[in-house]
Design a protein around this ligand. Sequence first.
Ligand SMILES: [Fe+2]
Ligand SMILES: [Fe+2]
Length: 325
Amino acid sequence: MRESRYVLLRPPTLVSVIPLGQYPLPTHVVAHVSDPHLLAERRLYGAIDTHETLRGAMSRLGRLEIPPQAIVFTGDLADRAEPKAYVKLREIVEPAADAIGAEVVWVMGNHDEREPYARELFGEEVTEDVTQDRVHDVSGLRVISLDTSVPGYHHGEISPAQLAWLADQLASPAEHGTLLAMHHPPIPVPMVRAAEIIELQDQHLLAEVIEGTDVRGVIAGHIHFSSYSTFAGVPVSVASSTCYLADPAPVGRLLSAVDGHQSVTMMHFYDDRVVHSVVPVPDAEEKAGYSSELMEQIEALPPAERHELLSAKDSPVWVHENALD
Ligand SMILES: [Fe+2]
Ligand SMILES: [Fe+2]
C-alpha cells in the first residue's frame, strides 16, 4: 500500500495528506461553479437572493480541506448583464478566491453581454461582436474559456473564426492537457425538452476541432442541474446553478425553477482521468458523523491496522451506537 506523504502547496494554504487507497493525490483541483445570475438589486423573480446564494457557494469552497487551484464560472454570471451586477460579482468572488489562493476563470453565458462583461471583469472596451475567448494556465493545466453566446438570443453558437482560433490554441498540447469551459453544453438534454431549443448549434463543427487534441474535459452550465455525458470522446460535466435549480423532473410544468439543491462541482484531475463530485451548497442537518480528529489517528496507524479499523464490520468505529461526537 502506498505510504508516501504528499504536501500540496496551495498558497496561502499548506495541506498535508497521505493517500489511504490505491491512487495518488490529484495533480489539479478545480471548482466548477455556474449560473450565479447575479442582479444588482439582489432578488431574482422577487424571491431568490442571488448575492446570498453566491456567497454560500464561495463559503462552501472556502471550507474545503483541499482547496481548488482555480474556480471556473461557466456563464450566466449576471442575469440582466447590469454593470453593477458584474461589480458585485467581483466583490463576492475575488476576496474569497484570494483567501484560498484560487485563480478565477470567467466564461460568457447567454444572459451576459460582451460590453459590460469585458469592461467590468477585464477592463477592456469591446463591441458586442467581439467574442470573449481566453486561455488560462493553471499550473500546466490549460483552461480555455470559450464564448458560445449570441447577442440578442439565448441559444449558443461558435463562429468559424472562433473554431479556427480554438484549433490554433489546441495545435500544441499543454503539459497537463486542456479543460474546455463553455456555457452551452454540447450534449442532449432529455430531461428538459424546452432546453433543446436554446442549445448550442452545429455541435459537429466543434467536435471536429476537439477530436484528437489534448482536451480531456468539457464543462458547461446553462441547464441549471448536474448532467454528464461525452462529446467527441471527451467527458462532459454540466454543473448546476448557485442561483436556482431547474427541476429536471417537474410534474406538469414545462420549466420549474426551485429555490433549493444549489450545488457546485469539484473536479479532481489525475494523470489518466478526471473525477467530478457534486457538492451541495445549502447546509443540511447532520444526523451522524465522526470528528476529523479521527483521521489523524487513522493516518498514524500502520496500513494493515487502518484497514482493519475501517473495513472490519465489527470494528469499534462502526459498532458505535451514536456516531455523533
Ligand atoms: Fe442560466
Ligand atoms: Fe444559460
